[in-house]
Design a protein around this ligand. Structure first.
Ligand code: SAM
Length: 365
């Protein structure tokens, strides 16, 4: 059963308040039309970011006049925790907090605390992860770990300071992100590092990144540049195929394929033959993995998307604020997931790439 911390406290005090979950959790996996279970939820907690990465939030589009969501439009931390509790009752075991840049949202540590009190329907703790650009990790890592966060994924596209500053486009120095990674590890968080590779922008830094993280215990993963959103001017020519990345690193330090960590993993794993750890590649463009996709995504304003490349989402904030019960919300979610047929990456074409898809900064990576 899933209870929020406050409902447990009330229960302990002998209050007659009902627990937050007022419906029977489903025991069978909740499957979509392609038999994919709902297991992971990514929640975007803000559409704002302190970086302007050229491939994600280009300055020309996300400038001073850009209409970001207003505070009242965002789900509150308590609303987020309530929705996550309902998802946990439907089978979600892992929750990833993302954005925008999640660490720019005030009181993110409190959200982690609320989520850490939620149990899966097997009675375990949720696995809590957070994706960040690392810029605020030095200040926040300890508080996040103390609040119950299990792991962080830090986005870091280049070790070359000049290239990094050019990619984040706010002149942010790479050393501060590296310090953030060290702070996260020192706080006891498991760390992964994600690098998006864009042809001509940072593909000459692949080996340097691999060298930096070999033997550290932090898994480095390379992500193919994707046609998310419709503002980054994506072209297939800009994609460096995962196979090329593996070949480039393998030519320096021989690699061997490893078994996937989980059936729904986004990344393909390769181990260094000399035992210095592993790398991963996320080949969403050249080797799509829709078949194992068990992820739902909640935007900061409470729209549920069942695919990263969705053009529209389902409004949850409306029913939530109109007083829907947990049972009603669970029914809504069940209906959305069980009708799901998305497999965008497998169907990608010139026409679909041009569709007005939601931005990565809105829905989260
Ligand atoms: N601000 C946080 C961060 O930097 O990790 C979380 C949000 S960011 C949108 C999540 C991830 O999406 C980052 O690793 C980013 O590099 C990646 N990303 C953004 N646009 C992308 C694109 N077009 N193709 C591939 N990855 C992209």
């Amino acid at each position: 059963m899933t209870f929020t911390r406050s409902s447990r406290v009330l229960a302990k005090r002998g209050s007659h308040q009902p627990p937050s979950r007022s419906y029977a959790p489903v025991v069978e996996p909740l499957l979509d039309r392609l038999n994919r279970p709902l297991e992971t939820l990514r929640i975007s907690i803000t559409d704002r970011c302190n970086f302007r990465c050229v491939y994600c939030m280009p300055k020309e589009v996300f400038g001073r006049d850009y209409a970001f969501l207003e505070r009242r439009e965002l789900l509150t931390l308590e609303e987020l925790a309530r929705v996550v509790g309902i998802f946990a009752g439907l089978g979600v075991r892992t929750v990833r907090i993302t954005g925008g840049e999640p660490l720019v949202r005030r009181n993110v540590e409190h959200l982690v605390e609320l989520l850490a009190a939620i149990e899966t329907r097997e009675g375990n703790r949720l696995e809590l992860a957070l994706t960040t650009n690392g810029s605020l990790l030095t200040q926040k890592a300890e508080a996040l770990a103390a609040a119950g966060l299990n792991r962080v994924t830090v986005s870091l596209d280049s070790l070359d300071d000049e290239a990094f500053r050019a990619m984040n486009d706010v002149d942010f120095p790479v050393q501060r992100v590296l310090d953030g990674i060290d702070a996260a590890a020192a706080a006891g968080l498991r760390v992964k590092v994600n690098a998006v590779v864009k042809r001509g922008a940072n593909d000459d830094g692949i080996v340097a990144l691999a060298e930096r993280f070999r033997g550290t215990g932090h898994v480095l993963r390379f992500i193919e540049y994707m046609d998310v959103g419709h503002t980054n001017g994506w072209r297939l020519d800009d994609v460096v195929p995962a196979e090329e990345i593996v070949r480039t690193i393998g030519a320096v330090w021989p690699l061997e394929p490893l078994e996937p960590a989980r059936p729904d993993s986004t990344s393909r794993r390769f181990g260094y033959r000399d035992g210095a750890g592993e790398i991963g590649v996320i080949a969403s463009v050249t080797q799509p993995f829709c078949g194992g996709c068990s992820r739902a995504r909640l935007s900061a304003e409470g729209r549920l998307h069942t695919c990263l490349f969705a053009t529209k989402g389902h409004d949850l904030r409306g029913p939530l604020r109109l007083g829907a019960s947990d049972e009603e919300l669970a029914g809504l979610l069940r209906g959305i997931w069980s009708r799901r047929t998305d497999r965008y990456s497998e169907l990608r074409s010139a026409e679909t790439a041009a569709l007005p898809k939601v931005e990565m900064s809105y829905i989260g990576g």
